[in-house]
Design a protein around this ligand. Structure first.
Ligand SMILES: NC(=O)c1ccc[n+]([C@@H]2O[C@H](COP(=O)([O-])OP(=O)(O)OC[C@H]3O[C@@H](n4cnc5c(N)ncnc54)[C@H](OP(=O)(O)O)[C@@H]3O)[C@@H](O)[C@H]2O)c1
Length: 367
């Protein structure tokens, strides 16, 4: 099968994740004729620049997917619930960015470098694959070298999440509020904001609903459930606190880990060094210069930036310098590795493993 003859549908192509998917496919030299750009009826006819030309947005309907081999969904859970079965029926493999399918038994939840091959090996080949929550992807990517080398007992994470995590409406709210604050001299919530609090000059609990019995918000619940599923560690202890910060793009995380096995700082840095040359993690850890990961440094980048690597001062350190408790600070672009890039990497992995046939113009990733 050949990519030009059987297109890649992007459902939600006008959104912040959809646009990023398009940018990545463009960078991979996927031809315009191979892209089927879909969105809601209100965007029909919109032209989006692509590869020196432009492509015209069409309405996403149950009939849209004929001839598509891959359908990348970057819309709401409701849209995925309604349209993904039609995409599958038409013969496409669905890779969905929403939370609709993530925790369903039998649906692989995939971060390619962490569980890609094992999760996709199922037979028959999965027809729907879920892209994890952006904070989950960034967290698991940042800690993966340590989990791999020393085992994982527990994780505490405090997130500082960018407003674009709430889509185009989040970005619009920050822009409107910052302009109004400069104009009027005081911060106020934008009228169409997806947040209940003003986002400019402010930090507030993640905008997902809070469970009245557990007190966890939706983002915190997703980090717990999805991390356990991806790592195959159903009892892993995770303690997340998720908030929004007035940052346009890229989520930050303060992470504290307890490892199964103690390690020295040299061993911890060695574990990272094995990944530092890759596109997956970049170490930004300049103690002398006080330069560490920031969302501005991570924005638009593929790797997750990791720094502030240090032993947890609350835990004992052996005389030989070994401890099981480590602290990190990580920043990752949630629109790239946290969403669009991870989804495209899943498609590439499907190609590579022969679950779907290779597409011309794709660069492979090594996992
Ligand atoms: N933003 C992030 O950082 C992030 C990270 C990970 C996962 N996600 C998930 O990715 C998905 C997309 O998020 P986003 O942030 O890109 O949202 P967004 O900027 O609000 O974009 C939403 C997209 O969905 C489209 N849409 C709305 N109704 C539709 C319909 N009936 N049929 C087809 N398309 C429809 C919109 O098209 P119109 O322009 O025509 O309305 C738009 O293209 C969500 O499930 C989100 O939870 C987001």
């Amino acid at each position: 099968m050949n990519l030009a003859a059987s297109r890649i549908a992007i459902v939600g192509v006008t959104g912040v994740v959809g646009r990023e998917i398009l940018a990545i496919l463009e960078s991979l030299a996927v031809p315009p004729s191979a892209i089927l750009p879909l969105a809601s009826p209100k965007s029909v006819g919109t032209r989006i620049p692509y590869s020196g030309s432009s492509i015209e947005v069409r309405e996403a309907t149950p009939q849209s997917f004929v001839g598509c081999r891959i359908a990348l969904f970057a819309s709401s859970s409701a849209v995925a619930r309604e349209l993904a079965p039609h995409a599958v029926e038409a013969g496409a493999t669905v890779i969905d960015n929403s939370s609709e399918f993530r925790m369903r038994p039998g649906i692989p939840l995939v971060v390619p470098e962490i569980n890609g091959r094992s999760a996709l090996r199922a037979s028959p080949a999965p027809k729907v694959i879920a892209n994890p929550n952006c904070s989950t992807i960034i967290l698991l990517t940042a800690i993966d070298p340590l989990r791999d080398a020393f085992g994982l007992r527990s994780v505490h994470v405090a997130t500082y999440q960018a407003v674009s995590g709430a889509g185009r409406a989040g970005l619009d709210a920050l822009k409107a509020e910052s302009e109004a604050a400069v104009r009027d001299g005081s911060p106020a919530r934008a009228q169409d904001s997806p947040f209940v609090e003003p986002c400019f000059f402010n930090v507030f609990s993640h905008n997902s609903a809070v469970d009245p019995s557990t007190g966890l918000n939706g983002e915190e619940r997703k980090i717990i459930d999805e991390s356990r599923k991806i790592l195959g560690l159903p009892d892993l202890e995770l303690t997340p606190t998720c908030v929004r910060v007035p940052v346009e793009r890229a989520h930050s995380q303060a992470i504290s880990l307890r490892l199964e096995h103690k390690a020295t700082e040299a061993q911890v840095r060695e574990a990272y060094a094995a990944h530092a040359q890759s596109d997956v993690i970049r170490i930004v850890d300049d103690r002398a210069g006080n330069r560490f990961p920031t969302p501005l440094k991570a924005a638009g980048q593929d790797p997750v930036l990791v720094g502030r690597i240090r032993p947890d001062p609350a835990r004992p350190v052996d005389p030989d310098g070994r401890t099981d408790a480590w602290c990190l600070f990580a920043c990752g672009d949630q629109l790239r590795k946290g969403a669009a890039l991870n989804a495209v990497q899943i498609a590439q992995l499907l190609d590579e493993t022969g679950i779907i046939k290779p597409a011309s113009g794709y660069r492979s990733i090594t996992v």
